[in-house]
Design a protein around this ligand. Structure first.
Ligand SMILES: Cc1cc2nc3c(=O)[nH]c(=O)nc-3n(C[C@H](O)[C@H](O)[C@H](O)COP(=O)(O)OP(=O)(O)OC[C@H]3O[C@@H](n4cnc5c(N)ncnc54)[C@H](O)[C@@H]3O)c2cc1C
Length: 394
């Protein structure tokens, strides 16, 4: 089918299936069974999922759209044209789904991927533990073979969205008597079971985006072991590459929003002032605004080039850490610069003395620090780049 014919098909399908309630500005459509959702939006999410267009590039046999990259571009441009609200990006589509496509058995793919397409199952990531963050392989949560099942005991921390998740992909220790990387397994488990309990962690920025997760004789099915027993480290590392690909702006959603440079320029004009010719008053602020604009633009072009040159469609390997590191640093420094230019107005928390934009700047400043931590800290990305990309000695 030609791309023009495909565009016509997409338009006709959207006209029939995308309701008015799912068009125009609004939040992303909730996924999973825990968050409330309006019936019309649920019907739209299911329509999109049944068509395979919530995961347009994945194979049809597992519920994907089976589209080519060119067809996907057409689909995305038509979705944008009607301002269709889409299911929120989740760990299903960005992390565990692509990992299952690579490491899952046929049975595992058929059992788990269609529900990711439909958005019916929300996933969370059980990697970090107290004492096992950057040094993830030191994790101690233990899974014991009990015949039909694995029995899991231990604790995870910083589990994003655990309170909304239906399932978790987890790293567990299945052999404590071998070198630490060699006794880890990767398994999936249902969060709605008596052995799993969750305690949300409240952040300085006000919200509770992540939790502590406790396992007390929790259960994972034997057939939810992904890859081989005690060989989970390779699966875990590949999943992290998928995660970092999204964080570095190479995921299916495209380049990440880094705060438009024009906004920084406008903020400079408002808070620093302009000369008679309309230029930002202070030359060093002017330099910084231009530097941020150029860096953001170069980064976006590099992301685009990397995506266009990647004809295999596969997530990049270790080099993805370069994108993750640069993107996180740019986002953090941009948010810091924005707040700085606002002076004391950029560090308000609440109250009538602050404009909405100023309060948002404070929150963006605080949460931008997180970009440099989740998915592996900036230092960890530098270590990976040094060792695995540049081949420098340990
Ligand atoms: C917003 C957010 C969401 C998260 N979501 C999840 C989630 O859903 N699931 C999950 O499992 N985890 C999640 N995490 C946890 C995250 O992966 C860890 O915080 C991260 O890996 C760092 O581990 P840590 O906090 O234990 O810090 P540590 O490992 O204790 O590091 C402390 C400091 O030491 C530095 N450091 C440590 N080792 C080295 C080294 N070898 N060389 C140089 N510097 C080093 C680090 O860079 C850091 O600055 C999330 C974190 C955040 C902030």
């Amino acid at each position: 089918m030609s791309l023009d014919a495909f565009r016509e098909e997409v338009r006709a399908w959207l006209a029939d299936n995308c309701p008015a309630a799912a068009r125009g500005p609004g939040e992303a459509i909730p996924i999973g069974s825990v968050r409330p959702i309006e019936p019309e939006l649920l019907a739209w999410r299911h329509a999109l999922g049944s068509k395979g267009w919530s995961i347009p590039l994945w194979p049809k046999e597992y519920g994907g759209g089976g589209l080519s990259p060119e067809q996907n571009q057409v689909l995305q441009s038509e979705l944008r044209a009607i301002e269709a609200r889409l299911p929120m990006p989740g760990m299903g589509t960005s992390m565990i789904g692509p990992t299952l496509l690579e490491y899952g058995t046929e049975e595992q793919k058929l059992r788990h991927i269609p529900s990711i397409a439909m958005g019916d199952i929300g996933w969370c990531q059980g990697y970090s533990e107290p004492g096992a963050g950057s040094d993830l392989a030191s994790l101690r949560t233990q899974a014991v073979d009990k015949g039909d099942i694995f029995e899991i005991n231990g604790q995870k921390i910083w589990t994003s969205g655990a309170q909304f998740a239906d399932w978790m992909f987890a790293l567990v220790r299945t052999d404590p008597n071998v070198p630490k990387h060699e006794g880890i397994s990767f398994m999936l488990l249902d969060m709605h079971q008596p052995g799993v309990s969750i305690k949300p962690i409240r952040l300085i920025a006000g919200s509770s985006p992540f939790c502590e997760t406790f396992f007390d004789n929790a259960v994972a099915r034997k057939d939810d072991l992904i890859g081989q027993l005690n060989r989970g480290w390779a699966v875990a590392k590949r999943l992290l590459q998928h995660e970092r690909s999204g964080q570095g702006g190479l995921g299916e959603g495209g380049p990440r929003h880094l705060g438009p440079a024009t906004t920084l320029a406008e903020i400079a004009k408002t808070y620093i002032g302009v000369d008679q010719g309309g230029k930002i008053l202070d030359s060093s602020t002017r330099d910084s605004v231009v530097r941020f604009a150029m860096n953001a633009q170069s980064f976006q072009l590099t992301q685009r080039r990397a995506k266009e040159e990647n004809t295999s469609g596969k997530t990049m390997g270790e080099a993805i850490s370069i994108f993750k590191l640069y993107g996180a640093t740019l986002a953090r420094d941009g948010a810091e610069f924005r707040a700085q230019m606002m002076g004391s107005q950029g560090y308000g928390w609440e109250g009538e003395g602050f404009a909405t934009e100023e309060l948002e700047a404070t929150r963006a400043f605080l949460s931008s620090r997180a970009h440099t931590i989740y998915g592996g800290t900036n230092e960890v990305q530098r270590n990976i780049i040094a060792k695995r990309v540049l081949g420098l000695p340990d």
